[in-house]
Design a protein around this ligand. Sequence first.
Ligand code: PRP
Length: 183
Amino acid sequence: MDPCEMGRDLEKVLLTEEEISQRLTEMAAEIDADYAGREILLVGVLKGAAMVMADLSRKLAHDARMDWMAVSSYGSGTKSSGVVRIIKDLDTDLTGRDVLIVEDIVDSGLTLSWLAANLRSRGPASVEIAALLRKPCEAKVQVNVKYCGFDIPGEFVVGYGLDYGERYRTLPFVGTLAPHVYA
Ligand code: PRP
């Protein structure tokens, strides 16, 4: 992306690449300690969680397994619709597995609340959630995020996997989008 164009679209950098990396290192250490002696199945939620999954998984000492789901909840705007649809399901049978859902952001909580319930119905040993970002002020349902990177304000954020209309996902940091972009 043209840096000048990017500069106009972004309001500010909320979390730098270094801050994200440092927090993921701490989260990985917690996860390693909590799951000692158990095998973890990391379930990444496409597409937003791609970056968190790649970076968090490589910081784990655990030899975790990885699988992916794609669900749709946003449409192309900036608000959750509350309607969750499975676009791609897991390849893995969850029976008896310790599942750790990996997400980029918990906004209204509607997606994760639905997803966690869906995965719990498949007979796993456990289902927990790791999310890089959470917006407490936007919560419509309570979701127990065991491993949370950062609580952030209600602004629209992009980068590090998060998009607006499929753009900005590849930015290495998390930034806020200037209101004129989505007005
Ligand atoms: C985003 C994000 C979460 C969900 C969070 O996904 O990755 O899955 O929205 O919102 P909620 O807490 O309000 O439900 P999105 O549907 O934008 O798809 P993407 O991951 O492909 O960008």
